[in-house]
Design a protein around this ligand. Structure first.
Ligand code: GLV
Length: 331
């Protein structure tokens, strides 16, 4: 029997490709060429599965043009590149890569918070540029972390990881806002208490965003929300571009309406709003919150597991869409 055919849409670990090749006929974009939608559709002809990385848009137009496609496996926990309704309508399964990146991403969220509040990037640029001629008492004085109030918007697994770090490691008072409240035991374990969004924005010294992107969460933080925050507050976005109105944030940072921001994700990335590139009080990183080698390996393995499990008739491991009753491997 011939092997199912899959496409790996971006460069990934050679070991992952080798593993997939044991089960599938694999076409892969190991040169990491940037494909247009038309090129992606052309590459997907005759393929039953695709390994995506979160940047390939899977929508109704693509699905209609790729009738043999049965599964899209994202090497990312976020899956806002999937039109899940269109996938369900076409009977195509989508999977993501949860859990394996939780602690690593929470570490990074905390690192970005520290770098932002304590002005690490800004002061390093100052030093490298040769501007450090003498010590002064208020040089790069930043915001306190320990003992301050941490507000987390989006209290899923990563948000909970950040809460634990803040509460247990730094003695922070943790408040959170989420679609639904955590149960009492989890709140107690995270030492976190529920707050309305407005209350959180008004009282937190540091606001960290970990909410998934959807039409409903678009611009969760815009000019009105920034206006509620303390002028001494920091804002950290490790969620998705589009959760923050980047243009409004650049204005708030320039006018010092909030103290500083740390951003790992951007609207329209890899493009970055030009005004963010010129304000000093923002730390910018290129969407690397899950980027440690072991975690990226685990994410790639989980995406591969999903393809292998589903296309060999055992069902997907971490689906984010309805799963058709008849596994595609059996078709
Ligand atoms: C990264 O942003 C992910 O969703 O895994």
């Amino acid at each position: 029997m011939s092997k199912p055919r899959i496409l790996v849409a971006r460069a990934v670990f050679p070991e992952t490709i080798a593993r997939l090749e044991q089960h599938f006929e694999v076409a892969s974009n190991q040169s990491d060429d940037s494909w247009s939608k038309a090129e992606l559709i052309a590459q997907l002809q005759g393929k039953q599965g695709v390994f995506t990385t979160g940047s390939e848009r899977i929508d109704a137009e693509l699905l209609a043009a790729c009738p043999e496609l049965k599964i899209c496996a994202n090497m990312a926990v976020g899956y806002n590149n999937f039109d899940v309704d269109a996938m369900a309508a076409h009977g195509v399964v989508g999977t993501n890569a949860p859990d394996v990146l939780t602690e690593t991403t929470a570490d990074f969220g905390f690192a970005l918070l520290m770098a932002t509040a304590r002005r690490i990037a800004e002061s390093e640029h100052f030093l490298r540029a040769g501007h450090w001629s003498k010590w002064s008492y208020d040089m790069f004085a930043g915001a306190e972390i320990h003992g301050s109030t941490l507000g987390i918007i989006g209290m899923g697994r990563i948000g909970q990881g950040i809460a634990r770090r803040g509460a247990h490691g730094f003695g922070m008072k943790v408040i959170y806002h989420n679609r639904s409240r955590l149960d009492a035991a989890l709140e107690a374990e995270c030492k976190a208490s529920y707050a309305g969004k407005e209350e959180l924005l008004k009282t937190a010294d540091h606001v960290v965003l970990v909410v998934p992107y959807s039409a409903a969460s678009h611009h969760t933080i815009g000019a009105a929300e920034l206006a509620l925050m303390k002028p001494t507050a920091t804002l950290v976005n490790i969620a998705r571009g589009g959760i923050v109105d980047d243009a409004a944030l650049a204005v708030a940072l320039r006018e010092k309406r909030i103290a500083a921001a740390g951003l790992d994700v951007f609207e329209g990335e890899p493009k970055v709003h030009p005004d963010l590139l010129t304000v000093p009080n923002v730390v910018l990183t290129p969407h690397i919150a899950s980027a440690t080698v072991p975690t990226r390996r685990a994410m790639a393995e989980l995406a591969a597991d999903n393809l292998i499990s589903f296309l060999t008739g055992r069902g997907p491991k971490t689906p984010v869409t309805p799963v058709p009753a008849v596994p595609s491997g059996a078709r």
